[in-house]
Write a protein that binds this ligand. Structure first.
Ligand code: PSU
Ligand code: MN
Length: 305
């Protein structure tokens, strides 16, 4: 009989870290296969793993390969996810299909969280989460990332919510689902490419230790689910809101014109914005992921002590 165990493949390094109670940071693979172009995607994925290590934690990049949920990828596997065209973007609904068909599956925030939880990893660093899309009152396009965050005990470090989404509605949805949203070191809720947005963060904490304390208390109380840790992009790397907003508007219009729908929306918008900003948005994206990896490692270190 198949058990959960038979579908989970944890790398030696990650296994050792789990046994020895070393800090671990989960990383997703959709960002590699559908979030950035080759070869920058592979370079970034490897650089992000390096940042996690340099900050005293063990990286665990997660993906689905050959019928297994893999926790901890080799360089060669990361290269495949960056290069191959036949890699699926796998959210929760796609997991059983991709596993049963033994296809390559790049995991989104939702599926990465679920697999990290199976392995016992509590901290996950990424760039941006999916959320409530603009116009969701008509399209119902709300990412499964949000519902997953309502009940899986893995904290997500991201750079806030980018305004391809409806930031206000995303914050409302998070509140409804009981998901704490805490911004690191500032009042304004960050918006991915930009350090700030027009929204205040519901909560603010200033150190990794404070965040780790809050996570421990949440889960000790039996309050299930994630915490959204919004880590603002460094001022030197940001694209100001007023500048990026017009590219985002244009990209959304282009997606509508082309009839892009469902799971293709986010990758299309990211690519369109990168093209229109002549790669500037991609550079900001890379900088903020590294920044989040660093914060993820710092929190993981506090949590495992
Ligand atoms: N935002 C980014 N880069 C990404 C994604 C979001 O800046 O790569 C990916 C993440 O994997 C996220 C997913 O979980 O898009 C959300 O997709 P959807 O909106 O289809 O749920
Ligand atoms: Mn969607």
């Amino acid at each position: 009989m198949n058990t959960l165990h038979s579908f989970l493949q944890i790398s030696l390094e990650v296994k050792e870290a789990l046994v020895q109670n070393k800090p671990l940071v989960a990383l997703e693979s959709t960002i590699i296969s559908h979030g950035m172009p080759y070869p920058k995607n592979v370079e970034t994925a490897l650089a992000v793993e390096k940042v996690v290590r340099e900050n005293g934690a063990i990286p665990a990049t997660i993906a689905i390969i050959n019928g297994k949920c893999c926790v901890g990828l080799s360089e060669n596997e990361i290269e495949i996810f960056g290069k191959e065209k036949n890699v699926w973007k796998v959210s929760l609904r796609d997991m059983p299909y991709i596993i049963s068909k033994k296809l390559y599956g790049a995991t989104t925030v939702a599926s990465t969280m679920r697999i990290a939880n199976m392995a016992g990893i509590k901290i996950f660093a990424t760039g941006g989460i999916g959320g409530v899309h603009r116009g969701a009152e008509k399209t119902m396009d709300i990412s499964a990332d949000l519902s997953e965050m309502a009940h899986t005990n893995v904290a997500v470090v991201c750079a806030g919510v980018k305004s391809i989404l409806d930031i206000g509605l995303t914050l409302e949805y998070l509140e409804t689902k009981g998901i704490p949203v805490v911004t690191v070191g500032q009042k304004s809720f960050p918006s991915f490419y930009s350090k700030e947005s027009n929204y205040n963060s519901p909560l603010q904490l200033n150190t990794a230790k404070e965040i780790a304390d809050m996570l421990q208390i949440k889960w000790t109380l039996g309050l299930e689910g994630s915490v959204l840790i919004a880590n603002p992009i460094d001022a030197k790397d940001e694209i100001p809101y007023s500048v990026i907003e017009k590219y985002i508007q244009a990209a959304i219009q282009e997606a509508e014109k082309k009839g892009i729908k469902g799971k293709d929306v986010t990758p299309f918008l990211l690519q369109e914005i990168a093209t229109q900003t002549k790669g500037n948005s991609l550079e900001a994206n890379i900088a903020l992921i590294k920044n989040n990896a660093k914060m993820g490692a710092a929190i993981a270190k506090e949590l495992y002590i």
